[in-house]
Design a protein around this ligand. Structure first.
Ligand SMILES: Cc1cc2nc3c(=O)[nH]c(=O)nc-3n(C[C@H](O)[C@H](O)[C@H](O)COP(=O)(O)OP(=O)(O)OC[C@H]3O[C@@H](n4cnc5c(N)ncnc54)[C@H](O)[C@@H]3O)c2cc1C
Length: 234
């Protein structure tokens, strides 16, 4: 028997088939979903994937959010960072080729601002999925400061990229990232800053841009992805 909740999910969610599930270096897992034509996607948008089942305890562990690395009109590419034992990390670790995956159609306003004088991307690993897609659409006309735990966790990002390594330190409230942004020179007035990833670090970088550099608030786009203690941020 189809339960009422399952029936609603069927109506709300898209459905694709996992045709590739593999490690692509470092802690990254590639997930390719095929048979998902006709989606409205722009670089920077994300999908919310069903990683668990509906239960009487609620829906907190039902969906997790992942940026779309690429979409060719029929297949979606995702990159999932392995960081623990949460429902999303578990889903990506256990997913098998051939499995059916349900997800909400691409959404989100974290996308490239057309006509900006320049584009600056700042964040850590999880943000680098969106940054990869967004910088590809800019043909390298981008600067980025990206922090990773290990060099093996670098995803391809186009443009002038400063990579920072934090080793075993936490990505929470990264002073290193703020200092690296503070040391950047030659940013054209009218550059748009895209800040994503760990929430406290996003706030710290935003504060630096606003207060130390006098960056116009309208030219800062922020999308927190996760922070310690919060589950399934969106
Ligand atoms: C718009 C958007 C786009 C995103 N895109 C991607 C993406 O492309 N790839 C990707 O891997 N993630 C991405 N994320 C982040 C991902 O949704 C979160 O990391 C999510 O919390 C993972 O779910 P989980 O069930 O594994 O852990 P949860 O149960 O949600 O979290 C449990 C705990 O794990 C810790 N945690 C969560 N995420 C991380 C992390 N990244 N690093 C270290 N510790 C963490 C926190 O302490 C958290 O309290 C995105 C998030 C948003 C909002």
């Amino acid at each position: 028997m189809v339960r009422r909740g399952d029936w609603m999910l069927e109506r709300l969610l898209e459905r694709g088939t996992a045709t590739a599930v593999e490690s692509v270096g470092g802690r990254w897992r590639r997930v390719r979903l095929e048979g998902v034509g006709g989606l409205d996607w722009k670089p920077g948008r994300h999908v919310r994937v069903q990683v668990g089942e509906l239960s009487l305890r609620g829906a907190r562990d039902l969906l997790r959010t992942y940026s779309v690395w690429d979409y060719d009109g029929d297949a979606l590419e995702l990159r999932v960072f392995g960081h623990g034992e949460g429902p999303g990390a578990r889903w990506a670790g256990e997913l098998e080729k051939g499995a059916e995956v349900m997800f909400k159609a691409p959404e989100g306003g974290f996308t490239v601002r057309e006509g900006a004088a320049g584009h600056l991307f700042v964040g850590e690993e999880t943000a680098s999925v969106a940054f990869g897609a967004m910088t590809r659409s800019l043909d390298g006309r981008a600067r980025a400061v990206v922090e990773v735990g290990d060099p093996a966790d670098r995803l391809p990002i186009e443009g002038d990229v400063a990579w920072l390594e934090r080793g075993a330190a936490s990505a929470f409230d990264s002073k290193r990232l703020v200092e690296a942004v503070a040391s950047l020179e030659g940013l054209a007035p009218g550059t748009v800053a895209y800040l994503a990833g760990e929430a406290k670090t996003c706030q710290a970088v935003k504060r630096h841009l606003l207060h130390d550099r006098g960056w116009p608030r309208r030219d800062i786009v922020v999308k927190p992805f996760w922070t310690p203690g919060r589950r399934g941020m969106d």
